[in-house]
Design a protein around this ligand. Structure first.
Ligand SMILES: *[C@@H]1O[C@H](CO)[C@@H](O)[C@H](O)[C@H]1NC(C)=O
Ligand SMILES: *[C@@H]1O[C@H](CO)[C@@H](O)[C@H](O)[C@H]1NC(C)=O
Ligand SMILES: *[C@@H]1O[C@H](CO)[C@@H](O)[C@H](O)[C@H]1NC(C)=O
Length: 323
């Protein structure tokens, strides 16, 4: 059911007030197991939702009168789908594994990438799923993922547990290696919020941007066109520990503005100079149940936000924020 969640008043971030935005809930899954981990937008405007719902990838038309999700793929031998990245028009790589919810890891040996291809539909609507294009058995938790800008078949994937980035080439039979690792990408020695470090990944102008959930940081590092590291990890924002905000996945506009989903209930807007505001969140009328990721439309006017759900009651939400 489409309901007006309300207008969110901006919170004060680093000394700057954001404008009020309109926030509209498009859908909420009924079941707590239907945690939405990530989102991508197809060229036809449909939203793809990766979930922890027994390996299911859903699609949702955000412009429908009463948007209802449909299952577009069920990945075998996986319970949780995490990162999604478009590697060719309407062809998406999805990272997944068997979730171990005790410590938010993937069961040893289960991490892999699959491809969901909407260019090859079976019954008019259901995409082809190419499984096992890459097994990444030594990844502890594959999370956010981004294609290299000039070689889109090469995917850069966060391993949140070990503070490293895997690089996998779809056209080289899923050959993968560790592109780089860094202490600043790891959760740290004595995790308090989550045992997850690097979470979301996006590449813009040959900078790899990332969030680190446990360290409450948003940062970047220089890479070359092959995904090799070319410089140190730079910190753009360190959220105050007292804020309790834990950054998850995000989207980035070509002007350098980031829209970061942050637990427990916020979406942060971060400008290239590091100033940030909470676009949605806090005690605003729009209630987000554990934001996990965002996706921005090509025109930069609508931001879709997905959430994990309330934990025990309802499942993940899909929310549209008009910027
Ligand atoms: C909710 O998820 C559980 C576990 O997958 C399942 O057993 C149950 O049938 C689901 N309930 C609904 C209403 O879909
Ligand atoms: C899940 O994680 C816990 C804590 O690290 C570990 O003890 C357990 O063996 C893991 N379970 C599986 C099936 O990997
Ligand atoms: C960049 O684009 C986003 C999305 O439309 C917008 O919210 C933001 O204000 C823009 N930033 C600047 C500096 O113009």
């Amino acid at each position: 059911m489409r309901s007006l969640a309300g207008f969110a008043a901006a919170l004060l971030g680093a000394g700057r007030l954001a404008q009020a935005v309109q926030v509209l809930q498009l859908y909420q899954f009924p079941n707590a197991t239907q945690f939405i981990e990530n989102i991508a937008i197809r060229r036809n405007g449909e939203l793809l939702l990766s979930t922890f719902d027994d390996g299911r990838l859903y699609a949702l038309d955000p412009l429908a009168k009463d948007p209802e999700p449909r299952v577009v793929a069920k990945v075998p031998d996986a319970t949780g789908l995490t990162g999604i990245a478009e590697i060719e028009p309407d062809m998406f790589a999805v990272s997944c594994g068997i979730n171990n919810l005790t410590d938010f890891s993937m069961v040893e040996g289960s991490a892999k990438l699959v491809v969901v291809d909407f260019n090859k539909v079976t019954d008019g609507v259901t995409p082809t799923v190419k499984t096992f294009f890459a097994m990444i058995p030594n990844a502890r938790m594959l999370n956010g993922m981004a294609p290299l800008p000039y070689i889109r078949s090469v995917l850069m994937s966060a391993d949140s547990k070990n503070g490293r980035v895997f690089r996998t080439d779809y056209f080289k039979n899923g050959k993968s290696d560790v592109a780089f690792e860094d202490r600043k990408l790891a959760p740290g020695k004595d995790p308090k919020l989550a045992t997850l470090g690097i979470n979301g990944v996006k590449i813009v102008h040959m900078w790899l941007y990332f969030t680190n959930s446990e360290r409450q940081t948003i940062g970047r590092l220089r890479i070359d066109e092959f995904g090799n590291r070319k410089g140190p990890v730079e910190e753009i924002v360190r959220l105050p520990a007292s804020s309790g905000l834990m950054p998850d996945d995000f989207s980035m506009f070509y002007n350098g503005t980031m829209f970061v989903a942050a637990h427990p209930n916020s979406v942060l807007k971060i400008l290239p100079d590091g100033t940030w505001t909470a676009l949605v969140g806090g005690d605003s009328a729009a209630k987000l149940d554990g934001p996990t990721s965002t996706a921005l439309t090509r025109d930069g006017k609508t931001l879709y936000v997905v959430t994990g759900g309330t934990g025990s009651g309802r499942g993940g939400q899909v929310v549209a924020v008009t910027l």
